[in-house]
Design a protein around this ligand. Structure first.
Ligand code: K7E
Ligand code: CUA
Length: 654
């Protein structure tokens, strides 16, 4: 009963805070001349381009959406962890393997934190990495094609949340477990969690030229929950920081039981030390079943390799590599400023924001200024490592970003605002409401040495009255602030896809010159590609039929096929012969249980159709490609299982 009362009290408090927010902030921010001025600053004239790309995670959509900033225009949704009927991703034979895992084919994911690759601590615009929480995976998206080209599963992990942040030269993309779990997994009583579960943190190397990922080692940390992480940079390059919560190691009713300790920890990991230890043969190979899926641009086909083991490192085996920094009250965000000196831990239940100092941390380590230890890992003295605190900044701090000009910006979920404060003096200099209940915020280049400190995007959890009502469901909302001046200015609201937790932004000029316009037909090494209409054909092999088809404005070759039988398995291998920018064709077959296939110029895709009934069944192009797009169609004649209609195909004959 006491527990229930406690919960009710929390709920009432939440409601109260929310309702007073919407009352006082529900009005429009600006009107008249002010609004016109804001409109001008986000206006990108027809035919002009945005200054920045913003890559927004899709949360429960599993995808990554690309927005232009400052306009807030949606440019593309890149399918990553979920099947996407629009693009055929995860439906065609070429990309199905991207969604393979040790649990089989998993067509959905929960994506949270995109991060852009870096060279010398600055964004280089080559790849975007993004994590999947639910069935732990990390994806790499190639920014020449804006397509997902690699997905690696993260074994022994669960709720892959403190992920996927990259080090200064993209040496590693890091993935930390949110849930403590038996590692490797095994059957055991939940109640025996404490001291027996582990919190593996995974370091995945990235090949400097190809981007290919490889799991180098896992650190078998104590069984806390590892919530967020960020790399050290500049002076702290070589270290990685992770916030923890549930250092109580509770396994039930965490909202109460994981809020007992006055302080949890930030884990500071000297990954260079551990890398060296592993290179010298340290660590232990443990069982770990996981899938590694790679899309080959030449064959345009993804393949899966199943792997069986990883190197696991016991934290106490590498003295001097791992420390805990105390941080008040269940921290969420873990953010490192551009200089690499300050580590901001946002205790969700704390009134103050705590900022730790990297140089003080080194000093405390040297002087062995310990407050204790946890599972053999030294806990540093809180005051010895603390740089300062931002006092009473707001309620429910979550995440912090930096503008590169000595300011930090922190989101407060409960008091629903973004608060700007100064590094070094820790004084609050501005605060602006968000509509409503902001989670992450993003400043393009925020996770780097060199933020582009012009705009800030707040990603809000609750939208309510900001747009025309659309039934019980209202899309999540993002808000764009101009942060070039002393005070933040709200310029724009725009709705988003799924639930963007975090986003990563970059100057468009770094990316757009590298963007591919077509796939070159003569570089297409797909095993079923047909590069010329004269090679189009149909082949039968038992009850398997392979249709080698081409598409060009405005016909398919062949467009009439006879001799298909009920019970056949028909593979359509379709090549788009176009070599012009932005001329995809699509293909859809009646009754096929895949999506349509949208095929880019010079590309090949395969889908399977299993005809169930006799008849003459049409197919057509799904993308309006020319004035005669509507004429881009064809027929397949399906006969009875035992019929002897010969296999024939053609185009333009009687
Ligand atoms: Cu704060 Cu998943 Cu980064 Cu959501 S997480 S907000
Ligand atoms: Cu091809 Cu429409």
């Amino acid at each position: 009963m006491k527990r229930i009362l406690h919960l009710i009290a929390l709920a009432v408090l939440g409601l109260f805070l929310q309702s007073c927010n919407s009352e006082e902030k529900g009005e429009k921010e600006k009107s008249g001349a002010l609004a016109a001025n804001a409109a001008e600053r986000v206006y990108v004239a027809p035919g002009e381009h945005d200054e920045y790309y913003g890559f927004f995670s899709g949360g429960f959509s599993g995808q990554l959406s690309v927005y232009g900033l400052p306009s807030g225009r949606l440019l593309k949704v890149i399918p990553v962890f979920s099947q996407d009927a629009e693009k055929g991703y995860g439906y065609n034979e070429e990309t199905k393997a991207m969604l393979n895992t040790s649990f089989g084919f998993v067509p959905w994911g929960d994506s949270h934190h995109p991060d852009i690759s870096q060279t010398k601590g600055e964004l280089d615009g080559r790849w975007v990495f993004i994590n999947e929480n639910n069935t732990p995976r990390i994806a790499r998206i190639d920014l020449t094609t804006f397509e997902t080209t690699e997905i690696i599963e993260v074994p022994n992990s669960a709720g892959n949340h403190s992920s996927s942040f990259v080090t200064e030269n993209t040496e590693y993309v890091v993935a930390g477990t949110r849930f403590a779990v038996p590692s490797p997994q095994k059957d055991m009583p939940i109640s025996e969690m404490k001291g027996n579960f582990k919190g593996p943190l995974t370091f995945i190397s990235v090949h400097p030229e190809t981007g290919r990922m490889n799991i180098e080692f896992q650190i078998a940390m104590p069984g806390f929950n590892y919530d967020l992480s960020h790399p050290g940079r500049n002076k702290s390059h070589g270290w990685f920081f992770f916030t923890t919560y549930n250092t109580e190691e509770a396994h039930s009713l965490l909202e109460v039981n994981a809020s007992q300790n006055d302080k949890d920890y930030i884990a500071a990991i000297n990954w260079k030390k551990i890398e060296e230890y592993v290179k010298n043969g340290g660590g232990e190979k443990i069982k770990a079943k996981y899938a590694h899926n790679v899309f080959d641009e030449h064959t345009q086909t993804a393949t899966t390799t199943m792997k069986e083991e990883v190197v696991s490192v016991n934290p106490t085996d590498v003295p001097g590599a791992i420390y805990f920094l105390p941080i008040p009250k269940s921290p969420h965000g873990c953010d490192v400023d551009p200089s690499g000196e300050y580590i901001v831990g946002a205790g969700k239940l704390s009134a103050d924001l705590t900022i730790h100092s990297f140089s003080k941390m080194l000093k405390a380590i040297e002087e062995e200024n310990y407050a204790g230890e946890a599972y053999g890992v030294p806990v540093l003295d809180f005051e010895a490592v603390r740089a300062g605190s931002v006092k009473q900044a707001g309620l429910g701090p979550l995440h912090t970003e930096f503008d590169g000009k000595g300011n930090a910006y922190t989101t407060f979920f409960i008091s629903s605002e973004v608060v700007k404060w100064k590094l070094d003096t820790w004084e609050v200099v501005d605060r602006k409401p968000t509509y409503y209940s902001v989670g992450h915020l993003m400043i393009p280049g925020g996770n780097s040495r060199k933020p582009f400190g012009k705009y800030l995007v707040a990603m809000n959890k609750i939208t309510k009255d900001r747009y025309l009502p659309t039934g019980p469901e209202v899309n999540h909302s993002a808000q764009l602030y101009d942060i070039s001046g002393e005070k933040m200015e709200l310029l724009l609201d725009f709705p988003t896809v799924g639930e963007p937790h975090y986003a990563a932004g970059i100057e468009a000029s770094i990316v757009k010159e590298n963007s591919k316009k077509i796939y070159k037909l003569d570089e297409n090494e797909h095993e079923h590609a047909v590069k010329n209409e004269s090679e189009a054909r149909v082949e039968r092999n038992g009850n398997e039929v392979h249709v080698y088809m081409t598409m060009i404005r405005s016909h398919f070759a062949p467009d009439n096929i006879e001799g298909i039988k009920v019970g056949d398995k028909v593979y359509f291998h379709v090549t788009n012969l176009e070599q012009d920018y932005d001329v995809p064709h699509g293909i859809a077959m009646i009754g096929a249980n895949t999506s349509e296939q949208l095929i880019m110029p010079g590309g090949t895709k395969t889908f399977i159709w299993e005809p169930k009934r006799e008849g003459v069944w049409p197919f057509y192009c799904t993308d309006f490609c020319s004035a005669l797009h509507q004429e881009m169609q064809g027929y397949v004649r399906v006969s009875a299982k035992n019929s002897n209609v010969p296999l024939t195909w053609g185009l333009g004959e009687d």
